[in-house]
Ligand binder design. Structure first.
Ligand SMILES: NC(=O)c1ccc[n+]([C@@H]2O[C@H](COP(=O)([O-])OP(=O)(O)OC[C@H]3O[C@@H](n4cnc5c(N)ncnc54)[C@H](OP(=O)(O)O)[C@@H]3O)[C@@H](O)[C@H]2O)c1
Length: 253
């Protein structure tokens, strides 16, 4: 059902954000994809980059402002939003997989995946939405996954959490366009970070994926499909779900 009040209508499409001169904040910035975002934000001329982590002492890139931010700890989220009150680009990158099955794995491990990927991202979004508004709208880049759109045995708790984070991204976009905030979702298949160390299939270059995400922000894209696998999985949603799972069983992924 569509609410019929003016204030709930979509505002005009939000345009892209030039990264040169922007003030950015990256979650999970100490390693993996997050570290690539930080490096490339600096390379693209960001005026300031808040590199946040659960343990800020592990931030090793010079030229950043390290900040403590555990997305599952409201106190650190609030403190980060108060300290970094000039942010115009928020990169919600922090994420975990505990390699769980929904039916048989420890439920606490499944909940923890939702806690970080969904509830943690939402906590950061809620804390920084007023900061972005105060800066004129800005942009938010949410790191999602091709697994937002497909299940895979052994990672289904993560799949459910990334699907929820995708829905969050779409919902927040409809709520923040009135304040002029671009909300971009970045989908990717496996890339070569600690996260995918146990996966033996083909892995993309995290630097390329981070670059694609930042290009998307600059172009004003609401969705970035960083690789062929993400594009293929998304396209499969329009067809019979059996097809993509037949492919997965046959080892296409
Ligand atoms: N690598 C892949 O194949 C792949 C594929 C699709 C999507 N992704 C997504 O890409 C994003 C980055 O993953 P990655 O590959 O760079 O993984 P990674 O190398 O394992 O790094 C994960 C980052 O998230 C941080 N993190 C975890 N829990 C956190 C919390 N509660 N608060 C703040 N930071 C937290 C970690 O910090 P610590 O050092 O403190 O643990 C680390 O900096 C994730 O959202 C992931 O879902 C990755």
């Amino acid at each position: 059902m569509t609410p019929n009040t003016e204030s709930r209508r979509f505002a005009a499409p939000v345009s892209g954000l030039r990264i040169e001169g922007t003030v950015a904040l990256v979650t999970g910035a100490n390693r993996g994809l997050g570290r690539h975002f930080v490096r490339q934000l600096l390379d693209r001329g960001a005026a300031r980059v808040y590199a946040t982590a659960r343990r800020p002492e592990t931030i090793d890139l010079p030229g950043t402002v390290p900040l403590r931010l555990d997305v599952t700890d409201d106190e650190t989220v609030r403190a980060a939003a108060a300290a970094a009150d000039d942010v115009t680009l928020l990169v919600n990158n922090a994420g975990v997989s505990n390699f769980t099955d929904l039916v048989t794995s420890d439920l606490a491990a499944v909940r923890a995946e939702m806690e970080t990927n969904f509830w943690g991202t939402l906590a950061v979004v809620r804390a920084f939405a007023p900061v972005l508004a105060a800066g004129g709208g800005g942009a938010m880049l949410n790191v999602l996954s091709a697994q937002s759109w497909h299940a895979y045995p052994g990672t289904n708790g993560y799949h459910a959490a990334k699907a929820a984070q995708w829905a969050l991204t779409n919902g927040v976009r409809t709520e923040l366009d009135n304040q002029g905030t671009l909300v971009t979702g970045l989908h990717l298949g496996a890339v070569d970070t600690d996260f995918s160390a146990a996966y033996n299939g083909p892995k993309g270059d995290p630097a390329v994926v981070a670059g694609a995400g930042l290009d998307g922000v600059e172009a004003g894209s609401v969705e970035v499909l960083a690789d062929d696998w993400s594009a293929h999985v998304k396209a499969s949603l329009a067809g019979d779900p059996r097809r993509i799972y037949d492919e997965i069983r046959a080892g296409v992924v």
